[in-house]
Design a protein around this ligand. Structure first.
Ligand code: ARG
Length: 483
């Protein structure tokens, strides 16, 4: 919402104040431009609080009914866009409460009994974030499924595995993709862990010290679903801590940053693989853009932007953690600054995960029931690249070890063989047997099995290795886990 859609009439805060805020101060201190997106959580929190106040006999059943009726109307006003957000009412909480009082009179004024905006906002942000974490968990599963699907079609496709971006050993393309599945699986675990600490109830802490009313905090927690896996209510146990710390938001942003870092690594690889010098993969045209001057260009804008947006999310982590530093107990207005970085982190991560899922896995065509437009793999280009750079040199060393040489001697022997192959501008597997035997007499004709890319790949059968049988087992495990 833009500022000029807001009603900016100014009033003094209360009878205690001799003048209204200046317009500049009002704009500086208000948060309603951005925190209005918490409205669903705010109404849910208020209804849970009101329900408990009535159950405890603190407000009447009639007041509760009036509050429920008023909130139902406010909900539909906000949904339809008819709700008048007012700048002089500062934030989402005061806007909704004022409208409630306008609609239902004194019952609306009783809602805030035993509550402060301090425990209210902490509750709202937690509720909102909890639901966003659930949405993110689903998106992370979809991205993993998309990667597993592409992996499944590419178990026997060989590309050069790199260390130091130098050709190292041949690996299965599926194995390479499954490395990212592992990363995203850990990201999901981290989010689930953050969710446990986010889903705890501050309400009942009031401004900072608790309240004199006989509140039933457990009832509120149950109503809001702030319970553990056994249904036990999860309450913040110290009122000062409950209203002031935002560590749950910080650790969420840290988990989101790591997830973006993983996306960024994948982006970097896609960008490299798409360059003409690699030519390993293509992404669908709708994820690329042309150049205004160079007609031949198709630029990988989506992965590049994802790599760029990683900086933005890591920046939000820095912003939030710095915001917390130096705040004395309990609530300080500094904490109002937690929202924009948090919201933008969620928006950026959600969009990024969605777009990557589609870019890699493709989009379902309802007419054919098939996914279309996902990652296109050029198996030949990958294999050709794996043939450059002596990717099977380690296999020759291992072969000599099996013939009885100590590994260090085998390593040295193979270095000589690679040097010879380089001077002939050929691969190790292209050296005649007699030449190879010149490096060591134990070398026999079966050496060519280990010098082939295929042989090298199939020989790495350790758990977690790149041999196709191992990779297939991993795909099965992920399929079962993600089902
Ligand atoms: N808009 C405020 C925030 O986001 C709500 C809490 C205000 N509390 C206060 N004591 N001024 O943090």
């Amino acid at each position: 919402m833009s500022h000029n859609q807001l009603d900016t009439k100014s009033q003094a805060w209360s009878a205690l104040f001799s003048e209204p805020m200046s317009e500049l101060v009002q704009r500086y201190t208000a948060s309603v431009f951005f925190d209005q997106r918490l409205w669903r959580a705010d109404i849910a929190g208020s209804l849970a609080h009101a329900d408990m106040l009535a159950a405890q006999g603190i407000i009447s059943a009639e007041d509760l009914a009036a509050i429920q009726r008023g909130m139902a109307q406010i909900r539909s006003e906000i949904e339809s866009g008819a709700f008048q957000w007012k700048l002089d009412l500062e934030d989402v909480h005061l806007n909704i409460e004022a409208r409630l009082t306008q609609l239902v009179g004194d019952a609306g004024k009783r809602l805030h009994t035993g509550r402060s905006r301090n425990d209210q906002v902490a509750t709202d942000v937690r509720l909102w974030l909890r639901d966003e974490i659930d949405a993110l968990a689903a998106l992370l599963s979809e991205l993993q499924r998309a990667l597993v699907e592409v992996a499944e079609r590419n178990v026997d496709v060989i590309l050069p595995g790199f260390t130091h971006l130098q050709v190292a050993q041949p690996v299965s393309f599926a194995h390479h993709l499954l490395a990212y599945v592992e990363m995203f699986a850990r990201d999901a675990e981290r989010l689930a862990d953050v969710r446990r600490r986010t889903n705890r109830l501050p309400l009942g802490s009031a401004a900072l010290a608790g309240t004199t009313y006989p509140l039933d905090r457990e009832r509120v927690a149950r109503t809001l679903g702030m319970v553990d896996e056994h249904g036990v209510p999860q309450l913040c146990q110290n009122s000062l801590d409950a209203v002031s710390d935002r560590d749950f938001a910080i650790e969420f942003t840290a988990a989101a940053s790591l997830c973006m870092v993983h996306v960024s690594r994948l982006s970097e690889e896609l960008i490299l693989w798409m360059s003409q010098n690699f030519g390993f993969v293509k992404i669908a045209d709708r994820f690329t853009t042309g150049s205004s001057i160079m007609p031949q260009k198709k630029n990988p804008d989506v992965p590049e932007l994802a790599r760029g947006k990683t900086g933005r999310v890591v920046g939000h982590l820095m912003g939030l953690i710095t915001l917390m530093k130096g705040q004395p107990l309990a609530y300080n207005k500094d904490n109002q600054e937690d929202k924009e970085p948090l919201f933008d982190t969620v928006d950026t991560l959600k969009d990024t995960l969605r777009i990557f899922t589609e870019m890699i896995g493709g989009q379902l065509n309802p007419a054919t029931g098939q996914k279309e437009g996902g990652l296109t793999v050029n198996a030949q280009a990958m294999e050709d690249a794996a043939r450059k750079g002596y990717a099977t040199a380690t296999d020759l060393a291992d072969y000599l070890v099996k013939k009885g040489l100590p590994f260090r001697d085998a390593h040295e022997t193979v270095a000589h063989a690679v040097k010879a192959a380089q001077s002939h501008a050929c691969d190790l597997s292209e050296l005649p047997l007699a030449v190879l035997q010149g490096f060591h007499p134990a070398i026999e004709a079966d050496v060519y099995d280990v010098l082939s890319l295929h042989g090298s790949l199939h020989a790495r059968r350790t758990l977690g290795g790149t041999a196709p049988q191992q990779v297939r087992a991993q795909i099965e495990r992920h399929r079962a886990r993600l089902a």
